[in-house]
Design a binder for this molecule. Structure first.
Ligand code: DCP
Ligand code: MG
Length: 575
């Protein structure tokens, strides 16, 4: 059956994206609109991103997004173009690729033969002319010319309940369906959309409303304050630490250099109190903060911060090692944890199928490597390798690099990847249990050397406990295979976190794991204080009945929370 002749009963014109079970008023609104457009027909369009520039893609996507066209005799029918995220679900595939070989690398050939595969001009002309065009002149691949013609949606001549011909076709964006998550596939491959920072304000009480760059005009002051913040953390003074984190977040968004001239304005910003003002004045006159200098010179700070660099050692264990066992150096820690004996023994008894657990002795042995920063190119290579292994398990998995990389950091401390599946109807099943399957596979390839058990990850590492969510994840130690072009290049162990998210959690997982930590914290605070909602990486839910509101893109997360969109490079609210 031609797509144009198919009535799609699932089609709704809701303006939100709440999951089933949303409020009665919203349900009523959906039904009202549904009723008036009964008989509307959809063409589902999938746009292949390869060979399209980002701008071109975004422009095409905008053209196709829930665009209503008129069809049929006296243009009485209504056809709605709907973007979809998988070629399987599409009626039309729009591509800039012309060569069969290249196209086959992107879309399964058998699948393509069942679709109309057209050039972007089809989309442009159909929208400009206000009616879907015959495909003949737009076939993208020579060998698919015939099947494209066969599968081309025919103009609808007898649309039931056709709209009145006096009515102009709707050309405004009609929001996607409510229950299925519509994947915005370009976001998976291209850079995230930019935000308009003039709509944000550094005066806000919430980090998630301020533009916070990677490096701010007062970065040196931030770094001096961060030493005091870290010291409070090491001493277990959580509230004091948070107070410094909040002040640092405020300064990160303050766009002016703090000088005698701007000090007055600075003093009125949120979370800037007397203590901060004293320290800032010190900094302005001396070039450093006195307390920072004292902390940096202390043996206690040096040892505790060294110890907490070892994966698995949090502040309270570090204090015990220092206070109770009298340890001061990493060499002493090596002896204390009997690193050589334990790691060697573990290697001898390693299970060939199951990656060994990464514990403190292993972390100590690899400490120097794991503390090396990871350049963006290596972050990308790690992502590519993970994705190619997933592809071998089953096609359709998608992955986004999140964490500091997504916020624009040139060098990361670890690699964070959120993984989903592009077929919304089966994604949940395809994600469940994937963590184990994938890590085993990567272990057998020698790429993953260890995994952290989630329980040991929970405490006492404060950084992580605060971020805990119920998403499935694999926290791994990873090493890229030898570089064939440069076999002598050193191979370095890296920390790689893989986060697995079903469609209803995918975009909140992306936002949550993109951070920064304080930005994410304030999204939660904002949702709670202002919207009666609960936000975390797992999803957004009503506080009163725990019903989930599903986001269909990163921007949608902000929209649901009633916030201006902030692109990742402006979410650097931490150091
Ligand atoms: N996160 C959080 N709360 C925490 C720790 C982390 O919300 N207590 C979120 C925000 C972080 C993201 O998880 O951006 C990833 O955590 P990382 O520790 O990997 O931090 P980054 O990726 O931001 O920086 P880097 O890995 O370079 O240190
Ligand atoms: Mg990270």
């Amino acid at each position: 059956m031609s797509p144009l002749k198919r009535n799609d009963p699932s089609f709704t014109y809701s303006s939100g994206s709440e999951a089933e079970g949303s409020s009665p008023s919203r349900k009523r609104a959906r039904n009202d609109v549904d009723e008036s457009f009964r008989g509307v027909q959809n063409i589902k369009v999938f746009i292949v991103t390869s060979k399209l520039g980002n701008d071109e893609f975004v422009a095409l996507e905008k053209l196709a997004q829930s665009r209503a066209l008129s069809t049929g005799a006296q243009r009485k029918g209504l056809t709605v173009l709907k973007l979809c995220n998988s070629p399987e679900a599409a009626d039309m595939i729009v591509t800039n690729i012309r060569m069969r070989k290249r196209f086959e690398r992107t879309i399964d050939w058998k699948l393509a033969k069942g679709k109309a595969v057209v050039t972007p001009e089809w989309l442009i002309d159909s929208v400009n002319l206000g009616t879907p065009q015959a495909c003949e002149a737009y076939a993208a691949i020579q060998d698919l010319h015939e099947t494209t013609e066969e599968n081309c949606p025919e103009p609808c001549e007898k649309c039931e309940n056709a709209i009145d011909s006096d009515n102009e076709p709707h050309d405004g964006p009609l929001s996607p369906t409510t229950t299925e998550v519509d994947w915005v596939s370009h976001e998976l491959e291209a850079a995230p959309p930019k935000c308009d920072i003039s709509k944000l304000s550094y005066l806000s009480n919430y980090c998630c409303q301020r533009p916070s760059p990677l490096k701010c005009p007062n970065q040196e002051l931030v770094e001096q304050l961060a030493v005091i913040m870290r010291f409070r953390d090491l001493e277990g003074e959580a509230m004091q630490m948070l107070a410094y984190e909040k002040t640092i977040a405020t300064i990160k968004a303050f766009p002016k250099k703090i000088t005698e001239d701007t000090l007055e304005e600075f003093s009125k910003l949120p979370y800037v109190g007397q203590k901060t003002m004293t320290k800032t004045r010190e900094f302005l006159s001396l070039g450093h903060i006195l307390e920072t200098k004292t902390i940096l010179a202390s043996e206690r700070y040096e040892s505790l911060s060294l110890f907490t660099q070892v994966f698995g050692i949090g502040a309270s264990v570090a204090r015990q090692l220092y206070d109770v066992h009298g340890l001061r150096t990493i060499e002493q820690l090596h002896l204390f944890y009997d690193v050589d004996a334990i790691v060697d023994k573990d290697e001898d008894v390693a299970d060939p199928d199951e990656p060994p657990e990464f514990r403190i002795p292993h972390a100590l042995r690899l400490m120097d490597e794991l503390n090396l920063k990871i350049p963006r190119s290596e972050v990308e290579s790690i992502r590519d390798l993970v994705m190619s292994e997933l592809e071998k398990i089953e096609p359709g998995y998608v992955g986004i690099l999140v964490g500091g990389y997504r916020r624009g950091k040139q060098e990361s401390n670890d690699v964070d990847i959120v993984i989903g599946h592009s077929d919304p109807s089966t994604a949940k099943a395809k994600i469940t249990g994937l963590s184990k399957k994938l890590t085993r596979r990567l272990y057998k390839k020698g790429v993953v050397t260890n995994v952290m058990h989630l329980s040991s990850f929970r405490a006492p590492n404060a950084m992580r406990t605060a971020h805990w969510d119920s998403l499935e994840k694999a926290l791994t130690v990873f090493i890229l295979p030898p570089n064939l072009k440069n076999p002598k290049a050193p191979r370095v162990h890296r920390r790689v976190d893989l986060i697995f998210a079903a469609p209803q959690s995918f975009w909140t997982a992306v936002v949550g794991w993109s951070g920064s930590k304080m930005f994410q914290r304030d999204l939660r605070r904002w949702a709670k204080d202002k919207k009666m909602l609960k936000f975390d990486s797992t999803g957004i839910t009503h506080r009163w009945d725990s019903k989930q509101i599903v986001a269909s893109s990163e921007e949608d997360v902000f929209r649901i929370l009633g916030l201006e969109y902030v692109s990742p490079e402006w979410r650097n609210a931490d150091l």
